[in-house]
Write a protein that binds this ligand. Structure first.
Ligand code: PAF
Length: 280
């Protein structure tokens, strides 16, 4: 496995590979790999000749009071794991090489980013859409794989690719969970013992909500209120950021469940802001 730090060097390599007729798969990440990331790499590996994984803790998607400074990072550990999962090129740029001092060009997808995580993290999706566009320009992928845990992120990237005619197939990959049901996240390392015991209730609550829908409760306010009460009882150490039921493609809030719907939640437990979702 090759490790490339320089963005222009990656772009040159990618253009050469494409000129040779090779297909490229990209898995963009912020590192500190867990089984979720590794499953994205396994999926992308099956879909392209050359697999590139990027590892970049993107500062522009963090707000001023968020965890940028503490975000876990271990290049050697991640490089070993990436290599075991068939990555050909690990792209690990430095912040100053990705953003010029006077960077001022942004990609925004406003219609999909005013609720859920976009509401409590106002600059987040602008940073995500911009860095993903840059990674697409640098790595020249035919296909890029993203986790469905960040469902809103996936919807934003799909919309951006469609609106800007970016020639990349965007693939969503199912959430990978710990045995307890807790969705894998690099931020799970922040959880203290007692918090870790309560965190799996996020998933339990979502499963309960799906059961209620199957039992013909379709009013979204009722479903959300029931889930809110469940979380208040079962996750006393948590603070609910949001519980929303939206259309899975355009992320618009639903009043009644009559077709495809996604329940998405964010709960702050200690210093970990945890998100999860379920299709109902
Ligand atoms: O999902 C993530 O880890 C990040 O938001 C991404 C897509 C790598 C952009 O920095």
């Amino acid at each position: 496995m090759e490790i490339i730090h320089n963005p222009k060097e990656l772009q040159q390599r990618a253009l050469e590979l494409r000129a040779e007729g090779k297909t490229i798969g990209l898995v963009p990440t912020m590192g500190y790999f867990h089984r979720g990331h590794l499953s994205l790499m396994d999926e992308a590996r099956k879909r392209a000749d050359v697999l590139i994984t990027s590892l970049f803790v993107n500062p522009t998607q963090f707000g001023p009071s968020e965890d940028l400074e503490n975000y876990p990072y271990d290049l050697d550990r991640d490089a070993a794991l990436a290599s075991e999962h068939g990555v050909d090129i690990l792209f690990a740029p430095k912040k100053d090489d990705m953003y010029h001092g006077n960077h001022c060009t942004w990609v925004t997808v406003p219609d999909l980013t005013e609720i859920l995580c976009g509401k409590s993290r106002p600059v987040h999706f602008r940073g995500v859409a911009t860095i993903v566009t840059k990674l697409f320009m640098l790595a020249q992928p035919n296909v890029a794989v993203f986790g469905q845990k960040d469902w809103q992120q996936l919807a934003v990237i799909k919309r951006m690719v469609r609106d800007l005619d970016i020639p990349v197939e965007v693939v969503g990959h199912p959430v990978v969970r710990e045995e307890s049901g807790l969705a894998m996240s690099s931020r799970n390392v922040y959880l203290k013992d007692e918090e870790r015991q309560q965190a799996p209730m996020i998933r339990k609550g979502l499963l309960k909500l799906r059961q209620e829908v199957e039992n013909n409760i379709s009013d979204c306010d009722t479903l959300k209120e029931n889930l809110r009460n469940f979380y208040r009882t079962e996750i006393p150490l948590g603070t609910i950021d949001y519980i929303e039921i939206v259309h899975p493609d355009d992320i618009t809030p639903l009043v009644k469940i009559e077709g495809p719907a996604l329940c998405a939640v964010a709960v702050q437990i200690g210093s970990a802001r945890l998100i999860d979702n379920i299709l109902v």
